[in-house]
Design a protein around this ligand. Structure first.
Ligand SMILES: [Zn+2]
Length: 352
């Protein structure tokens, strides 16, 4: 015992011996032992699959910038896609909708018969309450100018108005609640957006509808393929006056704290892969807060492009990335890989 204690002392690591007594490789020799001691787990029940719909579309349209994904019309093909995902064990969906017409205010966003509202109604009618439906709340896909809020001329130049924009988010959230969403997901990064939405939902009698907030959403170049799909690039300027600066980590804690205070049920970091430190920091600071990470379109496309050229093994790279996001501390992973990863996990084809 004395000898052992001395050994621990001399190793400088209390409670941990050293070689040859300790051999970490013993836990790596057998695949199933590696599974027993694995720290991070991955399960389709942790995934949210983004789904795209477009008003006026006649048939599903493959998305060149998001290979393997489609934009769906508001018909049976959307229902079929969601039911197939449910069968694969993916139960949660994040809906993005494109209107056939845009205007300055983005009024289709809160139109009771807008594409998002109609998509939710269709899913509820055909599939009941089994799918968990999240709907994105923003204006960039609905406005002519493509900004997430309302631009206004000021002596400083064009500014994106905060308070008028969150009023529009609140109206949109209530109309989505009426249609039957489980959660609304405000992504505009306006100050006070969660509080405005929570108040509006409660006043309208939808206290059961939750909020997943894009709390730490960065002004990132990883969104390229998504903006192509949604045609949501700003027509002028950029989003740096409202989305977060990629150089900042601690500021994310402020954004998350505010959102939780305002009533967010789930907070989110977007993108995921270049922001694993932010995910980890938030999980440490708010271990009780459900945390989602959005494995965005650019991250997805990099895997696809590199695999297509034969530079990497697609499946193992994809799973390594998804595990890393969970290991960093995300409870939920929003990912375009959801279906293919669910299939691999079900078949036990995990290359670790
Ligand atoms: Zn937006």
């Amino acid at each position: 015992m004395v000898e052992a204690a001395q050994r621990f002392n001399s190793s400088g690591l209390w409670g941990l011996g050293s070689f040859p007594v300790v051999r970490p490789r013993r836990l790596r020799l057998h695949r199933y032992v590696r599974g027993l001691v694995a720290e991070a787990s991955l399960d389709p029940s942790r995934f949210i699959l983004p789904v795209f719909v477009e008003e006026g579309l006649k048939a599903p349209r493959p998305l060149a910038s998001l290979p393997g994904h489609m934009k769906y019309p508001l018909d049976g093909s959307l229902v079929e896609y969601v039911s197939k995902a449910l069968e694969e064990g993916v139960r949660a969906f994040l809906l993005f909708a494109s209107p056939s017409l845009r205007d300055f205010r983005g009024s289709k966003a809160w139109d009771p018969h807008g594409p998002a509202q109609e998509a939710v109604r269709l899913l509820r009618r055909e599939l009941g309450w089994e799918p968990v439906v999240f709907a994105d709340v923003c204006l960039c896909g609905y406005t002519e100018h493509g900004h997430c809020g309302y631009p206004r001329e000021t002596p400083r130049g064009v500014m994106i108005e905060n308070d008028a924009s969150i009023d529009a988010y609140a109206r949109t959230a209530v109309s989505l609640a009426e249609a039957g969403v489980d959660f609304v997901a405000p992504s505009g990064m306006m100050d006070g957006q969660v509080a405005a939405i929570r108040r509006a939902l409660d006043e309208a009698g939808y206290s059961e509808v939750g909020i997943m907030s894009y709390s730490a959403k960065y002004a990132s170049s990883f969104y390229g393929p998504f903006r192509d799909v949604m045609d949501s690039s700003p027509r002028f300027g950029d989003r740096r006056s409202y989305q977060m600066d990629p150089r900042n980590r601690m500021e994310a804690l402020k954004e998350v704290a505010l959102d939780l205070q305002e009533g967010a049920d789930i907070v989110m970091v977007k993108p995921a892969l270049s922001y694993l430190d932010v995910i980890s920091e938030i999980k440490k600071a708010f271990p009780w807060a459900p945390l989602a990470a959005y494995n965005v379109s650019g991250e997805y496309l990099m895997v696809k492009a590199a695999a297509e050229r034969g530079y990497v093994d697609h499946d193992s790279l994809m799973l390594e990335i998804l595990y890393s996001i969970r290991r960093a501390g995300a409870d939920i992973v929003i990912t375009y890989h959801a279906l293919e990863a669910a299939r691999l996990l079900r078949e036990g084809r995990v290359p670790f």
